[in-house]
Design a protein around this ligand. Structure first.
Ligand code: ADP
Length: 204
């Protein structure tokens, strides 16, 4: 069984993944895989460089993410082109990584992805777990962790999938409006729930 974990910026995805890991549940991070597929030597980076040239490459040949982000932010067609190059490769690698984890002893595994629904990665999982947090707290935690002020943090939150839409698509929800012990307690309870569900599933 694969559980997808998602939520907006600074909702607590990494913190939740660590709490599950402490209970013996392994995870794959979709952000890590998204970075891997555009590393030097990867076909996706070659395609991006062939289309946009030197302006999207750093001196050492790695992808200039900021430059590429500016291009696709201003041009919807370019964003779609980029997704057509990267998404299939991300999905392929995620599937391989998840299969590796599933071959281990854990009763279930996690796919942690900020864009679980937006990228279609929810199709790779059996359950979707959404980490929910009041917006004011999310803005404060973003500003405290990242190098942005509250107005910038608010703009980032506003550009993401609306909280209500994410919640409507959740199978399970974690309320991360409390302190970390409260978060860890919810993870422990969900772990029991998922172990029971995984045990009840016919093995295939
Ligand atoms: P994400 O992976 O979703 O971006 P993180 O797990 O990194 O979110 O959490 C964002 C920030 O908020 C981190 O600095 C983290 O330590 C902090 N944080 C997360 N949950 C809580 C909580 N319940 N109480 C206080 N701080 C928290």
């Amino acid at each position: 069984m694969i559980v997808g974990v998602t939520g907006g910026i600074a909702s607590g995805k990494s913190t939740v993944a660590r709490a599950f890991a402490a209970l013996g549940i392994p995870w794959v991070d979709a952000d890590d895989v998204a970075r891997e597929v555009v590393e030097p030597g990867e076909p996706a980076l070659a395609e991006i460089a062939a289309r946009h040239g030197e302006r999207v490459l750093l001196e050492d040949g790695r992808l200039d993410r900021r430059a590429l982000r500016e291009i696709v932010f201003a041009d919807e067609a370019e964003r779609r082109w980029l997704e057509s190059v990267t998404h299939p490769r991300i999905r392929e690698r995620l599937e391989a990584r998840l299969a590796q984890l599933q071959a281990g002893d854990a009763p279930y595994v996690l796919l942690v992805s900020p864009l679980l629904f937006e990228s279609g990665q929810h199709r790779l999982v059996d359950r979707s777990l959404v980490i929910d947090v009041p917006e004011a707290l999310q803005v404060a935690r973003t500003a405290a962790r990242d190098d942005v002020d509250e107005a910038q943090a608010r703009a980032i939150v506003a550009a993401q999938m609306p909280r209500a839409e994410r919640l409507a698509r959740a199978d399970e929800v974690i309320d991360n409006g409390g302190d970390e012990p409260a978060l860890v307690a919810q993870v422990a309870e969900l772990d029991r729930h998922y172990r029971a569900l995984a045990g009840a599933r016919p093995s295939d």
